[in-house]
Ligand binder design. Structure first.
Ligand code: ATP
Length: 291
């Protein structure tokens, strides 16, 4: 269990605000953090990792104190056994892909751990390359592999799949979930992708202006529970997924994701990011772009 009470004054462009979060995360959970840009998601992860010192509060993992402002305890990051995938990857530039992983892994089973991760992340062909010769998506895969190589207790992921295309993203989502379960990790994932959150996490917190505004299973926070026969909503297209001869369109409406079944002709010209209206016509869903 991670128990944390974190209070930290942050300075945004518009002035000071307080990050103030109380978390009890059972060991083995996969918790996601969702919220607008600047709401404090990265600062919360950095506080847990020991990279940002809270003004007040405490953090413990399995009853071991990592931070306690009153008792003046503040374990450095390397004593917290955390794997961290940063938004900007933070790879060692002078080491190859393989050396980055070897550096992070323990001596015990180093070779098998590194080889397994290189293979799982499709990095075998890149193992002798230096980070500055890799694409953003490739760097992100190396960063994820390196975080797992150190066999952490707690895995902190700051939008780890943001730079990847859909098929790589889907593959790595499955791999994260597998590693999370196999290693019994406690994982905290920052994501803006509601579909990803729904797929991966047991529990989600929504952070707004440094405060937890909602907490619960993502299905409850994001899914529309009572869709009536007659409805008309505006939303943003998240994803179009081809399934045989039809498309499944994931549309974000408020905080809810609606799945609309559409024929190719209906979604002609519609792309992720477009604002659309989802309505019903004779009990069939229709979708059209707002121009
Ligand atoms: N060490 C710090 N001291 C004071 N303020 C900080 C510090 N680090 C970040 N901030 C400020 O805190 C605010 C929240 O930043 P943070 O990176 O935690 O947000 P975020 O929710 O992760 O955003 P994004 O989704 O864009 O990554 C920002 O306005 C930032 O400038």
């Amino acid at each position: 269990m991670i128990e944390a009470r974190i209070h930290k004054k942050l300075i945004a462009a518009g002035g000071e605000f307080s990050l103030s979060a109380e978390l009890n995360i059972p060991k083995g959970s996969l918790l996601t953090i969702y919220g607008p840009s600047g709401s404090g998601k990265t600062s919360l992860l950095r506080s847990l990792a020991g990279l940002l010192t809270p003004d007040k509060g405490f953090i413990s993992y399995q009853n071991n104190t990592w931070f306690n402002s009153e008792k003046k305890i503040n374990l450095p990051p390397q004593k917290r056994n955390i794997g961290y995938v940063f938004q900007d990857y933070a790879l060692f530039p002078n080491m190859t892909v393989k050396e980055n992983l070897e550096f992070a892994s323990n001596k015990l089973n180093r070779k098998s751990t590194v080889d397994e991760l290189l293979s799982a992340m499709h990095l075998m062909e890149l193992e002798n390359r230096k980070p500055d010769t890799l694409s953003g998506g490739q760097k992100q895969r190396v960063a994820l592999a390196r975080a797992l190589a150190q066999k952490p207790d707690v895995l902190l992921l700051d939008e780890p799949l943001a730079a990847l295309d859909t098929s790589m993203r889907t593959g790595l989502q499955a791999y994260i979930l597998k590693a999370h379960k196999k290693e019994g990790l406690t994982t905290i994932l920052v994501s803006h992708d509601v579909t990803e959150i729904m797929k991966l996490s047991d529990i989600t917190i929504i952070l707004q202006d440094g405060q937890i505004s909602q907490i619960g299973p993502p299905g409850e926070l994001f899914m529309e529970k009572h869709i009536s026969g007659k409805f008309q909503f505006t939303g943003t297209v998240l994803q179009l997924i081809k399934q045989d001869v039809i498309y499944i369109v994931n549309v974000l409406i408020g905080k809810n994701v609606i799945k609309v079944v559409a024929h190719p002709a209906e979604i002609d010209g519609i792309q992720p990011g477009d604002k659309v209206v989802v309505a019903s016509k004779a009990f069939n869903p229709v979708i059209y772009k707002i121009t």
